[in-house]
Design a protein around this ligand. Structure first.
Ligand code: HEM
Length: 132
């Protein structure tokens, strides 16, 4: 009896504090849209996106950031390695996109403490995404 009533409470205890600190789905959606707009205007990386459906990309990255930060989303895209391996991305290009993301988070008023928590979750992907 105690167990059946306690379980739903436990299920809700997953740590969504980063997701909430980021401002939830509404702010994440704006941050990703702004990041991609900056990326498309960024001479260092804009050419990488020339054949990409940017609407689909924005949806998938938003989903991914939402899930990574503990929010109620499930990433529905392809594995990071598969998606990026043909792009021949460099560390310089990786850092350029991170800078655009930081500028977008600044624009939404996200604190640097919270920004750094999201960036720390993305950092391990650098090894997968960068191939040259
Ligand atoms: C941690 C860093 C990164 C994350 C989390 C990330 C995330 C994603 C996601 C979720 C997708 C969509 C997957 C799918 O199509 O199913 C994607 C695709 C893509 N990413 Fe990244 N990405 C990262 C770094 C980069 C960098 C540094 C660049 C270039 C500067 C880049 C360029 C692209 C492009 C061009 C596509 C679309 C490929 C296509 O149209 O098929 N990504 N990325």
């Amino acid at each position: 009896m105690v167990l059946t009533t306690a379980l739903p409470a436990l299920a809700q205890k997953a740590d969504d504090s980063l997701y909430r600190d980021l401002g939830g789905l509404e702010v994440l959606t704006k941050v990703v849209d702004d990041t991609l707009a900056l990326a498309l205007a960024d001479a260092r990386i804009k050419d990488t996106f020339k054949d990409t459906d940017m609407k689909r990309l924005a949806k998938l990255i938003t989903e991914q950031f939402c899930e990574l930060s503990g929010g109620p989303c499930k990433y529905s895209g392809d594995p990071m390695k598969e998606v990026h391996q043909g792009l021949g991305l460099s560390n310089t290009q990786f850092n350029a996109l991170v800078e655009d993301l930081q500028a977008a988070m600044d624009k939404s008023g996200i604190s640097s403490r919270t920004q750094n928590k999201l960036l720390a979750l993305l950092a391990p992907m650098q090894r997968t995404v960068v191939t040259k």
